[in-house]
Design a protein. Structure first.
Ligand code: AMP
Length: 148
């Protein structure tokens, strides 16, 4: 392959990443929604109240590696959960973020969408900085689940 080609050889997927362990049920999460192809759970270092992550169950590190079917499933779940977040928390705005590669800020090497509620005048907290407990996340998660 010449250096100008847009084709790229995918890196082997690392099954020891933390989201792979959550998908396999090896470590806990505050779950919002699950189906055959996707899982949604609370971010433990939320940038705003109601920050949810959506992952496909397919082994894929980033947007370049995920199959079209996996992408479609992830987007359908993202929309479903985003509607529930909006309805549960009455947030006037909602941000979707998806990072590819360390240079873009990706810190967990399993593709995911961030669903982040936004309210005018309230700044986002830092990315992946301050961990909060299950006691904080669970009441918010319960509201979102009830709105699904
Ligand atoms: P990114 O930097 O886009 O890869 O985002 C990874 C996100 O995963 C960050 O927002 C972290 O706060 C979050 N995170 C890391 N570990 C966990 C975990 N065990 N459960 C839930 N969220 C996590």
């Amino acid at each position: 392959m010449d250096s100008t080609s847009s084709k790229r050889v995918p890196m082997p997927y690392d099954r020891s990443n933390i989201f792979a362990k959550i998908i396999r049920g090896e470590i806990p999460c505050v779950k919002i929604y699950e189906d055959e192809k996707t899982l949604a759970f609370m971010d433990v270092m939320p940038q705003a109240d109601g920050h949810v992550l959506v992952v496909p169950k397919e082994d894929a590190e980033n947007i370049f590696d995920l199959s079209p079917e996996g992408l479609a499933a992830m987007m359908a779940t993202t929309q479903k959960v985003a509607k529930a977040v909006r309805n549960a928390l009455a947030c006037p705005g909602l941000m979707l973020v998806q990072l590819n590669g360390a240079a873009a800020g990706q810190s967990v090497n399993h593709i995911h969408f961030h669903i982040i509620p936004r309210t005018g005048g309230i700044d986002l907290k830092f990315h992946a900085r301050e961990m909060v407990g299950r006691d904080v996340l669970e009441p918010i998660a319960a509201k979102i689940r009830a709105a699904l």
